[in-house]
Design a protein around this ligand. Structure first.
Ligand code: ADP
Ligand code: ASP
Ligand code: MG
Length: 431
């Protein structure tokens, strides 16, 4: 759609009533053009809902109590935005009641399925609240259920988008709302299967949702509103002396985010790159700031950049009978990796062994090890960190290695990757 902008507001930009008002004031300043807004769950709601899921699965009697605390937080935020008795309270309550129904049942044997049916409440209620608030301040706003648009397969917690149908549905459901002059508010992170069961796209997936809508509706530009001035050369929570990057290529952005730069979800870039849709990362604290522009045509002249991915495991697999790993076993290893949707960050092999560095999420590493144990000797080293440095300088690497045990390293033209034990906050530029 001509002139369409897609905005994504993350959890921190709507974490309390003042922040909802601030996000709304940004939206007001763009109200004269078509705008689709994707919003995440408020603050740390998704983490809290994960506790509800865990408590329900463990049948420890705490699930409802945790859910009530989440409800309370939302009512508290709403009291700063609406009059008592506003119809938004009932709309929000309906979504919490749906979770209560799940909690009244025995825990579903498929944990991941149950997780998605509960966890979606965070995005549903935040989008209801934001849409109601925008209407209250006079912006004609339509609420769109993202599950009516984003069709996924039925791998819960990690749904893969079925693109053709999703494009069709976006055109059928979202376009008419925009064409009638509405602002459209929808949820990040959630989708649904063909049987209408809710799925999620993976933690932090709201950025990806915004990219899906941008792709399907041929947006002119997508913007992610963040609590940082833009994409920085490293995570400011871990490093000092970080600098904002004004421009970044899709390629550079995808390489950094895949390896842990938490500022953008890694799946976000591909749909945008495929349609040459520029991505801006801007600050909701300083909305006048230029932010970072990510697009196709950027000169390759970057300062050193660092991404740190925590929760890494090294899995070493060796053959028991001294057969060559590469000749006989690679396809078996890779098919197990693919079945589990394990993210492989680095790998190396010797004559009879194969070592992979993977994201250590849930029980995936154990399941991987178990599936290998019958035929191979398997060793696991956990609680590791993966440091990825692009466009490195010798002093940077030297500083990054201080105080750490280096377990694996790999160098290519623009990238150095290290799997290490124990990362501390340090001054990586050494000044
Ligand atoms: P949201 O509320 O939108 O989901 P997040 O808290 O998930 O936002 O992500 C924003 C945070 O990402 C920033 O506060 C910053 O600490 C972190 N971050 C990690 N790497 C980078 C980077 N390279 N540039 C900017 N921010 C980064
Ligand atoms: N609320 C989800 C999460 O915290 C999705 C997102 O914020 O992007 O993972
Ligand atoms: Mg986030």
């Amino acid at each position: 759609m001509k002139n369409l902008k897609v905005f994504k507001f993350g959890g921190s930009s709507v974490r309390d009533a003042d922040n909802v008002k601030n996000s709304a004031s940004i939206i007001v300043s763009f109200q004269n053009q078509p705008l689709l807004i994707v919003v995440s769950a408020m603050g740390k709601t998704t983490n809290a809902l994960e506790e509800v899921v865990g408590a329900h699965a463990a049948k420890n009697g705490k699930a409802l109590e945790i859910l009530n605390a989440i409800k309370e937080q939302h009512y508290q935020i709403m009291s700063g935005l609406f009059e008592p008795g506003d119809e938004v309270y009932a709309a929000v309550n309906d979504h919490f009641v749906s979770v209560e129904w799940v909690l009244e049942e025995e825990p579903h044997p498929n944990y991941d399925y149950m997780y998605d049916q509960i966890i979606c409440a965070g995005e549903l209620v935040s989008s209801v609240i934001l849409a109601a608030y925008l209407n209250r301040i006079g912006l004609k706003t339509a609420w769109l259920d993202a599950r009516d648009v984003i069709l996924t397969d039925d791998i819960y917690r990690e749904g893969w988008v079925q693109w053709d149908e999703t494009v069709e549905r976006a055109k059928a459901k979202a376009l008419p709302l925009l064409e009638k002059g509405n602002l459209v508010v929808t949820q990040g992170f959630i989708g649904s299967t063909r049987e209408n069961a809710t799925t999620t796209l993976g933690r932090e997936g709201s950025d990806y949702t915004a990219a899906i809508f941008s792709f399907c509706l041929d947006a002119e530009e997508m913007t992610i509103w963040k609590d940082v001035p833009g994409v920085l050369t490293a995570d400011p929570r871990l490093f000092e002396n970080v600098e904002k990057l004004d421009r970044l290529s899709y390629r550079e952005a995808i390489e950094m985010t895949y390896y842990g730069a938490k500022v953008i979800h890694p799946k976000t870039i591909k749909p945008l790159q495929n349609k040459s849709i520029p991505l801006r990362v801007r600050s909701f604290i300083d909305p006048k700031g230029e932010g970072t522009l990510i697009s196709g045509d950027v000169e390759d002249n970057y300062p050193p950049m660092v991404a740190v991915e925590r929760h890494q495991a090294l899995v070493s697999i060796s053959t028991r009978d001294f057969s060559f790993v590469a000749e006989h076993h690679m396809s078996v290893l890779f098919s197990h990796i693919a079945d589990l949707r394990l993210q492989v960050n680095m790998m190396q092999n010797t004559a009879i062994s194969f070592v992979v560095c993977v994201n250590d999420i849930d029980d995936k590493v154990e399941r991987f090890a178990q599936s290998m144990q019958k035929d191979f000797k398997v060793l696991i080293d956990r609680n590791l960190e993966l440091i990825t440095v692009r466009h490195s300088l010798p002093t940077v690497l030297e500083n990054l290695r201080k105080g750490k045990i280096l377990l694996m390293e790999e160098r290519t033209k623009d990238t150095v990757q290290m799997v290490v034990k124990n990362v501390q906050v340090l001054d990586w530029k050494g000044d």
